[in-house]
Design a protein around this ligand. Structure first.
Ligand SMILES: Nc1nc2c(ncn2[C@@H]2O[C@H](COP(=O)(O)OP(=O)(O)OP(=O)(O)O)[C@@H](O)[C@H]2O)c(=O)[nH]1
Ligand SMILES: [Mg+2]
Length: 432
């Protein structure tokens, strides 16, 4: 924990104390938010040995919690031999260093953001994923470098080790510069990858394939659903943020149309803005979708709040305008009564179980219906030497009727709106 190397894993479980502040107004009671924090800590290989809460109207500027509470945490950390204290809310760099002063050297002080960054670091598999995590980690680190080199700065005043480093720059300044340089390099590398991804997704866009994105709270079952829908075998586990890198698979609907389905990183309440920012290119998979399936864990007592948190983040990334269907997953864990009351309260939603396959057929019909919602019906004549167009029509459109004539294939099709422009030059005006 607090490690900033993307691939590292903790060998021994660290003993963690988790701390939450109850500021009353929040939609998430402090106990629930802490229970989630505990799961995050466990996902990161820690063992939670104590929970501390405090009721406050607003955070205390110096130490986030009150000074008495900070002392209490320090005593607890000593008696329980804790390695790390994790705060459920984002600490300012100075609060973090003040708290470290109170709690002591042997015990680290981190916040939810650092914990999530650490999990992301362990779960990022692709180059892009790793770069995004490293960018976020360095951005997190930059304002927190203060103090780490304090002893060297003092040395410098007296001469000795570090005094010649950087020709007049303090070690801290050198350090900050190195981190800033790394941030620029990472941004450049990501921009280059982004460009390539842009070309790929433009190709997908131009081909007119209808794109479906699976979005939802972490652990809702998005990857399991992708596997169920497309017969893939992506990593799906009972852990938070099992998926970090997006996966896109194509799916043939019964009517013959091909769509793509993208599984991507899960959301969570209090998702650090920095991560949303760093994951822009991954999240672009969501903003470019034609349809969002908002996957909700129907068996989770916090389902409604989680769905709200997801909608909030969709708004933040500019995706709230995209058509969205709510998909209540894990319905196998509900009894008949719970299922029917869910169906009554959410008449527009799809009820499924990605594990058992329950409701998946109906979900596929729904996707087909949404995909054809803005289809354009047209009759085209495609010359036989335009093989790729003929193939495209068969894969991406619903063919109402077709006949092979000397001049080419004459087909009446329901084409996705984006494909209609590609077909327009071949349209036969007088047939319908
Ligand atoms: N009972 C039941 N369990 C399910 C269902 N769908 C998924 N799960 C379980 O829920 C856990 C999380 O599933 P994932 O598919 O990894 O969830 P995810 O939304 O991809 O999660 P992250 O990638 O971590 O954000 C796994 O243990 C799955 O086996 C379901 O329909 N019923
Ligand atoms: Mg997943």
């Amino acid at each position: 924990m607090g490690r900033f190397e993307p691939q590292s894993t903790a060998p021994v479980p660290e003993r963690a104390i988790i701390v939450g502040v109850d500021m009353g107004a929040s939609e998430w009671p402090v106990e629930e938010s802490l229970a989630e924090l505990a799961r995050l800590a466990e996902t990161d290989g820690a063992e939670v040995v104590a929970e501390v809460t405090q009721r406050l109207d607003k955070p205390v500027p110096k130490t986030f919690v009150g000074s008495g509470k900070a002392e209490e945490i320090a005593r607890l950390a000593r008696s329980l031999d804790a390695d790390v204290v994790i705060f459920d809310d984002e600490l300012t760099p100075s609060q973090q260093s003040n708290l470290e002063g109170v709690i002591g050297n042997r015990c680290k002080v981190i916040d939810r953001t650092a914990l999530i960054l650490d999990i992301f670091g362990a779960h990022a598999k692709t180059r892009e994923g790793r770069l995004q995590v490293e960018l976020a980690q360095n951005q997190y680190l930059l304002p927190r470098l203060r103090g780490m080199w304090g002893h060297l700065v003092r040395e410098q005043a007296r001469g000795g080790i570090g005094s010649r480093f950087g020709q007049g720059e303090s070690q801290l300044e050198v350090d900050r510069r190195l981190v800033r340089d790394r941030i620029s390099t990472l941004r450049r590398e990501l921009a280059a990858l982004d460009l390539r991804r842009g070309v790929q997704s433009k190709a997908r866009w131009d081909s007119g394939v209808f794109r479906v994105a699976l979005v939802g709270y972490t652990n809702a079952g998005k990857s399991t659903l992708l596997n169920r829908l497309t017969g893939s075998d992506v990593y799906a586990r009972d852990e938070l943020f099992a998926t970090l890198d997006p996966t896109t698979r194509s799916l043939d609907l019964e009517e013959g149309r091909k769509v793509t389905v993208t599984d991507t990183v899960g959301f969570i309440q209090k998702l650090p803005t920095m991560l949303v920012e760093a994951f822009k290119s991954t999240l672009a998979e969501v903003t470019a979708a034609d349809l969002i399936l908002l996957v909700v864990d129907a068996a989770d007592p916090n389902a409604a709040k989680e769905a709200n948190a997801v909608r909030g983040i969709l708004g933040e990334i500019g995706a709230s305008g995209i058509r969205c269907v709510e998909v209540y997953n894990k319905c196998d864990l509900l009894d008949e009564g719970e299922r029917s009351s869910l169906a009554t309260s959410h008449p527009q939603a799809e009820l499924i179980s990605a594990s058992t396959g329950f409701g998946v057929r109906s979900l596929l019909y729904r996707v087909a219906k949404e995909a054809s919602a803005d289809d354009v019906t047209m009759t085209v004549q495609l010359p036989y030497d335009r093989g790729f167009l003929i193939k495209m029509v068969h894969e991406r459109c619903r063919v109402v009727r077709e006949r092979y004539e000397q001049a080419g294939l004459v087909a009446t099709v329901m084409a996705p709106r984006r494909m209609a422009s590609a077909l327009a030059p071949y349209e036969l005006a007088d047939e319908g």
